[in-house]
Design a protein around this ligand. Structure first.
Ligand code: DAH
Length: 326
C-alpha cells in the first residue's frame, strides 16, 4: 500500500470507528489516542512522508493535513460538557462564542425615556382602555356631536357608541371620574386611526398623555413642565416654541415645536393646553376650584425625530436589520 492509499484507509477506518461517535469519555479518549495520539495512526502517516518523492510530497502532504483536520474537527463537535476530555486540544486564547441578544424596540426605548423624565418630576403612570365609548373618547372631551374627528374616516367604530380610542385623552376622563384631584399622571398607550398607511401614518400608533390638575395651576406651570421635558428629551440646547392652536378639550391650546438645525425648520412634537372648564364639568370637578393642564404626544413621531427614522412602517415590520441598530 502506498502512502496515498494508507491515508484513505485511515480515513475510512476513522469513519467506521466514529460512527456512532462514542459518548463516554473513556471511549472518546481511546479513539483520540488511536488516531491523534503521539504514536497514533495520523502521526504514523506523517512519519512516512519522508519516503515520498519530492514531486508527490506537496499533494500528499496536503491530503494528510486535511485528514488530520477532519479527525480533529469531529472531536471538537462533540459536546465536551458531559465528558472530561478537556485536556485535548482546547485553545483558551480563542475569542468566546457570542450569543445573539435581544434589543429593546426603539419605540419602547422612547416610551421608557418619556416615562422616566415625567416620573422624575412627580408624575405617576396610568393606563386606560383601548376600546371605549363615545363619551370618554369624544363627548366628555368637549367634541361637539358633529365634530369632524368623529368621522368614520378617522375613527374605527365597533358600534355607533363604541370606538377604538383615537387618542389617549380618553384616560384623562377615566382618571378624573375615578379620583379626587390633585392629579398628576402620564398615560402611555396605543391609539388607532383609520388613515391610509404611508411613510408618515399608520393605522395604529402610540401616544403619551399627560394630565395635571391642582389648585392654582397656571399656564406658566404648564410651560415649565414641557420645557423641562423637551430639554431632557432632545438636549439642553434645544430651542422650542409654543404655537397657539385649538383642541376642544383645552383652552387656551398650544402646540409645541422644536427647532431642527438639520432641516432648518420648526417641527411639531406635541399638543397641549389648559384643561377646558367644560371638561371639568363633564366629570363633576368644580372649575372654580381646580385648574389643570394636559398634553399629548405621538411616540412614533418623537422616536422618528430623535433617531432620524424616515418611515413609520419600519417601526412595525420587525426587521432585524433595522432593529439591531438601536
Ligand atoms: N389628543 C390630541 C391628539 O391626539 C393630543 C392632545 C392635544 C392631547 C392637547 C392633550 C392636549 O392632552 O391637551 O391629537
Amino acid at each position: 500500500m502506498n502512502l496515498k492509499e494508507s491515508i484513505e484507509s485511515v480515513r475510512n477506518n476513522f469513519r467506521t470507528d466514529s460512527d456512532p461517535f462514542p459518548t463516554d469519555s473513556k471511549s472518546i479518549e481511546l479513539l483520540y489516542v488511536k488516531y491523534l495520539g503521539r504514536k497514533g495512526l495520523v502521526s504514523d502517516l506523517f512519519s512516512q512522508l519522508i519516503n515520498v518523492s519530492n514531486k508527490e510530497r506537496p499533494s500528499i502532504g496536503k491530503n494528510l493535513n486535511q485528514l488530520k483536520k477532519e479527525i480533529t474537527n469531529s472531536f471538537k463537535i462533540v459536546d465536551r460538557s458531559s465528558s472530561n476530555i478537556d485536556s485535548i486540544e482546547e485553545d483558551y486564547t480563542l475569542p468566546g462564542l457570542s450569543f445573539p441578544t435581544g434589543y429593546i424596540h426603539p419605540l419602547q426605548q422612547t416610551m421608557n425615556e418619556i416615562k422616566t423624565i415625567f416620573m422624575n418630576v412627580g408624575f405617576s403612570i396610568a393606563y386606560g382602555p383601548e376600546i371605549d365609548d363615545d363619551f370618554h373618547n369624544f363627548g366628555a372631551l368637549n367634541f361637539p356631536p358633529e365634530h369632524p374627528a368623529r368621522d368614520m374616516q378617522d375613527t374605527f367604530f365597533i358600534d355607533p357608541d363604541t370606538v377604538l380610542r383615537t387618542h389617549t385623552s380618553n384616560v384623562q376622563i377615566h382618571l378624573m371620574e375615578n379620583e379626587e384631584p390633585p392629579l398628576r399622571y402620564i398615560v402611555p398607550g396605543r391609539v388607532y386611526r383609520n388613515e391610509a398607511i404611508s411613510f408618515k401614518s399608520y393605522c395604529l400608533f402610540h401616544q403619551v398623555e399627560g394630565i395635571y390638575v391642582d389648585k392654582n395651576v397656571s399656564f406658566a406651570d404648564h410651560k415649565g413642565i414641557l420645557e423641562f421635558f423637551v430639554k431632557r428629551m432632545f438636549g439642553e440646547q434645544t430651542k422650542m416654541r409654543f404655537r397657539p392652536s385649538f383642541f376642544p378639550f383645552t383652552e387656551p391650546s398650544a402646540e409645541v415645536d422644536i427647532w431642527s438645525e438639520k432641516s432648518g425648520q420648526w417641527l411639531e412634537i406635541l399638543g397641549s393646553g389648559m384643561v377646558d372648564p367644560e371638561v371639568f364639568k363633564s366629570v363633576n370637578i368644580d372649575p372654580d376650584i381646580w385648574q389643570g393642564f394636559a398634553f399629548g404626544m405621538g411616540i412614533e413621531r418623537i422616536c422618528m425625530l430623535k433617531y432620524e427614522i424616515d418611515d413609520i412602517r419600519l417601526l412595525y415590520q420587525g426587521d432585524m436589520r433595522f432593529l439591531e441598530q438601536f
